[in-house]
Design a protein around this ligand. Structure first.
Ligand SMILES: NC(=O)c1ccc[n+]([C@@H]2O[C@H](COP(=O)([O-])OP(=O)(O)OC[C@H]3O[C@@H](n4cnc5c(N)ncnc54)[C@H](O)[C@@H]3O)[C@@H](O)[C@H]2O)c1
Length: 331
């Protein structure tokens, strides 16, 4: 029986990862730990919890007593818990730093004591190098893992999240080396799908399309991004966890993202086409200051390590996502 721990397990990625593991593996026991700060006890989560192989523990991962309550050992540990969401970077930057850095520090301390033979997946972010893109603007696109991680302005609260991820990566690399722990780092690049919250571009476009909002405003219409459907994303994480390509010393970092780059204007048009509705005007507005023009991950490392490539087309992923947001609109 494989014992799996998913921190932040009731959130977006955690719930899809749980579903994927339940569908693809038999002899597993999954413990989700979440303080429910962001996650909701909705229908999707209840369905997962109805499976006898899944348990949810409501604990705060900034409190060491929670780790004692978790016990161990666990074979596979996915550390997803973090304060996430751009609005929160501006509202509570000090908490973003405290919660995200304390929890990765505690997870590593706990692993050393309670699960020394387990393997840890730490979810960093593409934000860890976004400051380098913004400051130097000359990073290669697609961007490989080995680029400088930069905090371009420590006074701008936006960068507290990136800083917490950057520190988390350093903790993992050096703690794993010093204590001989197995670990790897992933940098998600815009995962999307059902249950991703309501503050990202796809849920927001979806809501406005469903409500037929006119004029249809688009900030930074020529900026490009890539979007990775959540089923592909969690499959990538599980493949990396199962592979001996992540048993290396020093530990490795992998980008997970899609390769199809799309402008914000084209994204809106694609979503409108799926809905079969076109607004009379797309109201094109300036991008917020400091916003990066292009972002696209190089994914050669994960391809070479585990043979992963995304298989969900953007149209299919958008269709499934829009259906979910139609069924579960923002309250
Ligand atoms: N979704 C993406 O595209 C994306 C991109 C880059 C990085 N990431 C990273 O991936 C991880 C998961 O992201 P997500 O999109 O599922 O976010 P999410 O907000 O849906 O999930 C995070 C979960 O952590 C929980 N949590 C927060 N603080 C906690 C604490 N102190 N104790 C216990 N639980 C706590 C929240 O309640 C939430 O359910 C995060 O670390 C995030 O930074 C995600």
């Amino acid at each position: 029986m494989t014992s799996i721990l998913i921190t932040g397990g009731a959130g977006f990625i955690g719930s899809h990862l749980t579903r994927h593991l339940l569908q693809t593996r038999e002899a597993i026991r999954i413990t989700l730990v979440d303080n429910m700060q962001r996650a909701r006890m909705d229908q999707d989560l209840q369905t997962l919890l109805a499976d006898p192989r899944v348990t949810l523990k409501q604990l705060d991962l900034t409190d060491w007593a929670s780790y004692v309550a978790l016990g161990g050992p666990y074979d596979e540990i996915y550390h997803l818990a973090a304060v996430n969401g751009t609005d929160l970077f501006y509202k509570i930057p000090h908490e973003v730093l405290r919660i995200n850095t304390l929890s990765i520090h505690f997870i590593l301390d706990w692993m050393r004591q309670y699960s020394p033979n387990g393997k840890l997946c730490f979810t960093s972010s593409n934000e860890a190098y976004a400051g380098a893109l913004e400051s130097f603007g000359q990073l290669p696109i697609p961007t490989p893992e080995a680029v400088p991680l930069v905090i371009s302005d420590p006074y701008n609260p936006r960068w507290t999240y990136a800083a917490s991820k950057l520190i988390g990566e350093l903790f993992c690399i050096h703690y794993a080396a010093s204590h001989n722990l197995r670990a790897f780092i992933v940098r998600p690049h815009n995962f999307y799908g059902p249950r991703a919250g309501y503050n990202h571009v796809i849920p927001q476009f979806s809501e406005r399309i469903h409500k037929r909002v006119e004029p249809f405003a688009i900030f930074g219409s020529e900026e490009t991004r890539t979007f990775c459907y959540i089923d592909d994303a969690v499959r990538a994480m599980a493949l990396l966890m199962a592979s001996d390509a992540t048993d290396t010393r020093p530990i490795r970092t992998f980008h997970i993202g899609d390769e199809e780059e799309i402008t914000m204007l084209d994204l809106a048009k694609r979503m409108c086409a799926i809905e079969g509705w076109t607004p009379a005007t797309f109201d094109v507005k300036e991008a917020p200051s400091g916003s990066v023009k292009r972002r696209r991950a190089a994914i050669d490392a994960i391809k070479e390590a585990v043979g992963w490539t995304p298989t969900t087309s953007l149209d299919d992923g958008l269709r499934k996502t829009m259906e979910w947001y139609r069924a579960f609109p923002k309250l």
